[in-house]
Structure formats: structure tokens, C-alpha cells
Design a protein around this ligand. Structure first.
Ligand SMILES: Cc1cc2nc3c(=O)[nH]c(=O)nc-3n(C[C@H](O)[C@H](O)[C@H](O)COP(=O)(O)OP(=O)(O)OC[C@H]3O[C@@H](n4cnc5c(N)ncnc54)[C@H](O)[C@@H]3O)c2cc1C
Length: 484
């Protein structure tokens, strides 16, 4: 590998997209992935089968011309469909404006499309079955071990710089933690885990639930959700405490947990009681429940994200979050877009001798000029950390909103009020809309404005039972006064 090469560790969603962005700017990129090539071997999709893709992620795909292609394979979801225990449903739209919705997309389909796109560039090379086993912060040397059963050989390399997109359990982050005295890292796990389950398509590939919605069965201390897949099936995810038995209310009832669902009878009993309308649609419930792993849900915060110009953490390796705002991938894609802006800025700066730092003779930015990686990493981190902290915190808050509040009449009224405000005032955005549909707005600003709005709207809806009696213009002016 030539020493001007950039090594990306991890060909997941962020690493694959990043390789395209860097290749388009003329860098030589080598991507090392621990798993086999998912285009050739059946590889588990990873943490979830499908994902909600929204505007921040779409904006990043658009810059490399992949937005329309990916959206053609996605199922639009216009709102949350709430299922109560009787099986009655209610749709809470995501926005009052037309055209604002989220998209359910296959994780492996997206990852494969990104790798295929990256492969079109001569200056990108993928190495699969190469597990990063260590990183030397001082020298920048990366150690690998073959992860294929047939080849466990060890190797190392010294690239120009390393970008670690190796996910929530990042071995590069762990190496930084053990070697950098000032490095801080915290991982906070929820008491809840998750398990994926399946609703197959009906006859002729029909969707057995409303196709264009994200379904939620909120049950206060736990919940199940379901996202549609392109083939007519739904992927359900049960979020439940790992350990049951905690008091769940004043009536002496206790919270159920995965540890209590340990045989067929207990699973059937639990699902029939809690999700009666879903059970008839889940013919492989028992097989799926015992075959599929129970995943952990955690928030990882760390700092600094880089060491000199030798290494940068990006995506989940820097800021893994719980999935309740549907933003982990969208945020990782936005990371890539913002990072590329830092590079472009440096490439376009006039150098002392008259030729811009990264400009080729034709004036098109290329990697011909050297980039000051340390400066780029520093600027990127300073700009980004505030925003990733904000979305990580909002993602945890949204767990409680989805699990508890979506079933609460005051919250439902507040969502209806927000929808009306959005219908009547095109420049009004709820917190959800600011996070999900406003790629121009930093997460930290969405959090600040959104929290202030939420507080006032909940107060209004708690005291007023009838939505029709709420004066929209008055509410609007109260909300406006918050911003000033
Ligand atoms: C249940 C669930 C649902 C989710 N739903 C959504 C959603 O709806 N919308 C959304 O935006 N986000 C969602 N997310 C979050 C999203 O999955 C992540 O934020 C996203 O995958 C981050 O991308 P990444 O490339 O940083 O990490 P990953 O996608 O985890 O990729 C990391 C890559 O690094 C590789 N790797 C790991 N270790 C090594 C090693 N030692 N050497 C070499 N390679 C290595 C891995 O094999 C993998 O390919 C969800 C997450 C979960 C758990």
C-alpha cells in the first residue's frame, strides 16, 4: 500500500460512503473490513435488517448521486401507527406538510449499493476478512488479522492516515483509550435490549399491516415496533428490559423482561396478552424469538476523536447512539458530508505560492496537494461534537416518548396540534421535523428550539382537552416569542 493511502477501517454504512467521497476528491483509499464481502457470501446484515433513512442521510447520498437510486428501493413511512391492546390503531403523522416522511430501507441493500458505487473508482480498494486487531497511536501503524477461517495470518501497515468507521465497539477507539492519557470514553447501556422478529408478506406479496407507516405497540415499560420491507414483509423489533421484575406501576404489577421469556409458553402468553393483533401475522414467532440474538442498546461518547493527524473516529465509533430517533446512520452520513466540507475548505485555500493546496492544474480539487489531517480532524471535531452529543441525548429521550408518551392522550393531542401548526404555517417545524427533515439545521439547534417548543405545547395540551378550541395563531406567537 503506498504511503499516501488513506486506510478506512470498516466497510459498513459510514466507511463505504466515506470511501466514495474521498475517491471523488482524488485520494487513494483502502478499506479494511472484518466480515466477508456481503455481495458474495451470506453475511448477517448486522444490527438491524432495515433502517429509517431521512433527510440528513438523503442529503449525503445526494452529493454522490445515490439518493434517487436508494429511495426507489425504500418504503415511505408517513407516520407512527399506534396499536393499542385491543388492536385499535391510530396514525400520528410525522409532519403536517406533504413530502415530509421517512423511508424504510434495507441495511444490507444500502451497504451493498455503496460498496458497488465505491468499486467504480480505481482509487478505492476493499479488503474483506481483515480484522483490525490493534492501532499504535504514536506511529499510526494498524495491525490486522485475517478473519476468514482459512486465513488467520497477521499483518500490519502504516498508511498516511487512518479513519476508523469500525462501529460502536470500535477496536481503534479502544486502542486510543488505552494509549492516550487524556482520552475520555463512556458507554451507557439501557436496561432494555432488543430482538428482531418477522411478519411475512401476505399472498401476492401484500403488506399485512398498513404499508406506509412505522408501527408501534407502546406498552409503557416496553414496546414493539415494525418497519415495512420492500418485499411486503415487516421487520418487528421488541424492546424489553433484559431483566424483568421491576415495579411497573402503583398496582403492584412488575415489568416483564427477556429473562422471563425462556420457553414457548411464556413467549406465546406474553405476545398474546400484549400484542394480540400482531400474533396471527407472525407464524415464525417462536423460531425467530429463540433463534435471533438479544442486542444491547447503548450510547458511546468519547473525546478527542482524533490523535494528531494519524487517526479519526467517525460514525458510530465516535458516537454510537440508541436507535429511537432513527438517526444513527443519518448522523454518520452527515458526518461524512461535514468532513468532506472541511477537506474542500482546505483544498480551496490559496497557498503561499499561489496554487490552492489541493488544486490540480485544471482547477478541479484533487488530492495532489497534501492535506493537513490534524487541522482537518480538529476543525471537524470542534464543529461536530456539540451536534452528535445533542442527537445522542435526544435519541435516549425519544425512547421514553415512543414507549410511554405515544399512548398518552396529552402527547397525542400535542402531536395533532403540531401537525396543524405545520399545515397552517409552512415555516413551523416541530422538534421531530427539525431533527428529521431539516438537514440545514444543526442537531444542537433542533434540540434547543425543540425542547422549548415541546414544553410549552405540552402545557397547552394538558390544560385543553379540545384541539379545536386551541387558537393556532396564539400558539404560534408564543412559540415565536421563545425563539427571540
Ligand atoms: C436495532 C437498531 C436499529 C437502528 N435503526 C436505525 C434507523 O432506523 N436509522 C438510522 O439512521 N440508524 C439506525 N440505527 C443506527 C445505525 O445502525 C448505525 O448508526 C450505523 O450503522 C452506523 O454506521 P457505521 O458505519 O458507523 O457503523 P456500522 O454500520 O456498525 O459499521 C461498522 C463496520 O465496521 C466493521 N468492523 C467492526 N470491527 C472491525 C474490525 N476490528 N476490523 C475491521 N472492520 C471492523 C463491521 O463489520 C462493520 O462493517 C439502528 C441501530 C440499531 C442497533
Amino acid at each position: 500500500m503506498p504511503d499516501k493511502n488513506i486506510a478506512i477501517i470498516g466497510a459498513g454504512l459510514a466507511g463505504s460512503l466515506l470511501s466514495i467521497y474521498l475517491a471523488r476528491r482524488g485520494f487513494d483509499v483502502t478499506v479494511f473490513e472484518a466480515r466477508p464481502d456481503m455481495r458474495k457470501d451470506a453475511v448477517e446484515a448486522g444490527r438491524s435488517i432495515n433502517l429509517a433513512l431521512s433527510d440528513r442521510g438523503i442529503a449525503a447520498l445526494r452529493e454522490v448521486g445515490m439518493d434517487a437510486y436508494m429511495l426507489a428501493e425504500a418504503v415511505p413511512m408517513f407516520g407512527r401507527m399506534i396499536h393499542d391492546r385491543s388492536g385499535a390503531t391510530k396514525l400520528l403523522p410525522y409532519s403536517g406538510r406533504k413530502g415530509e416522511y421517512i423511508n424504510s430501507i434495507s441495511r444490507s441493500g444500502l451497504n451493498i449499493a455503496l460498496m458497488n458505487e465505491a468499486d467504480k473508482y480505481d482509487n478505492v480498494t476493499f479488503h474483506f476478512n481483515e480484522r483490525c486487531t490493534g492501532f499504535d497511536v504514536e506511529s499510526g501503524e494498524v495491525q490486522f488479522e485475517g478473519s476468514a477461517a482459512s486465513d488467520k495470518s497477521a499483518s500490519s501497515l502504516l498508511p498516511e492516515t487512518v479513519i476508523a468507521t469500525d462501529g460502536a465497539g470500535s477496536p481503534v477507539r479502544q486502542a486510543m483509550e488505552s494509549q492516550m492519557p487524556g482520552f475520555s470514553s463512556t458507554s451507557v447501556f439501557l436496561d432494555h435490549g432488543y430482538k428482531e422478529l418477522h411478519i411475512p408478506p401476505g399472498k401476492n406479496g401484500d403488506f399485512l399491516l398498513e404499508k406506509n407507516a412505522l408501527h408501534i405497540w407502546p406498552r409503557h415499560k416496553f414496546m414493539m415496533i415494525a418497519l415495512p420491507n420492500f418485499d411486503g414483509s415487516f421487520t418487528c423489533t421488541l424492546f424489553l428490559a433484559h431483566k424483568g421484575g421491576n415495579p411497573s406501576g402503583s398496582d403492584g404489577a412488575t415489568e416483564p423482561g427477556f429473562d422471563e421469556l425462556n420457553d414457548e409458553a411464556s413467549v406465546i402468553d406474553f405476545f398474546t396478552r400484549e400484542f394480540p393483533d400482531a400474533v396471527p401475522l407472525m407464524p415464525t414467532l417462536i423460531e425467530d424469538f429463540f433463534a435471533n440474538p438479544t442486542g444491547l442498546l447503548g450510547t458511546v461518547k468519547c473525546w478527542p476523536w482524533h490523535s494528531g493527524g494519524k487517526v479519526l473516529l467517525l460514525g458510530d465509533s465516535a458516537h454510537a447512539m440508541v436507535p429511537f430517533y432513527g438517526q444513527g446512520m443519518n448522523c454518520a452520513f452527515e458526518d461524512v458530508r461535514v468532513f468532506a466540507q472541511m477537506i474542500d475548505k482546505q483544498m480551496s485555500e490559496p497557498p503561499a505560492c499561489g496554487v490552492p493546496a489541493g488544486a490540480s492544474p485544471s482547477g478541479v480539487p484533487s488530492a495532489g496537494g497534501r492535506i493537513d489531517w490534524q487541522r482537518t480532524y480538529e476543525e471537524y471535531g470542534q464543529l461536530r461534537k456539540l451536534n452528535t452529543d445533542a442527537i445522542q441525548d435526544m435519541a435516549v429521550e425519544n425512547f421514553y416518548e415512543m414507549r410511554d408518551a405515544t399512548a398518552d392522550p396529552v402527547f397525542q393531542r400535542k402531536r395533532a396540534l403540531e401537525t396543524r401548526l405545520e399545515q397552517n404555517y409552512p415555516d413551523y417545524f416541530s422538534k421531530y421535523s427539525m431533527v428529521t427533515f431539516r438537514e440545514d439545521l444543526p442537531y444542537s439547534e433542533a434540540q434547543l428550539r425543540g425542547n422549548a417548543q415541546d414544553k410549552i405545547l405540552m402545557e397547552i395540551c394538558a390544560t385543553s382537552n379540545e384541539l379545536n378550541k386551541i387558537n393556532l395563531a396564539e400558539v404560534r406567537s408564543i412559540v415565536d416569542s421563545l425563539a427571540n
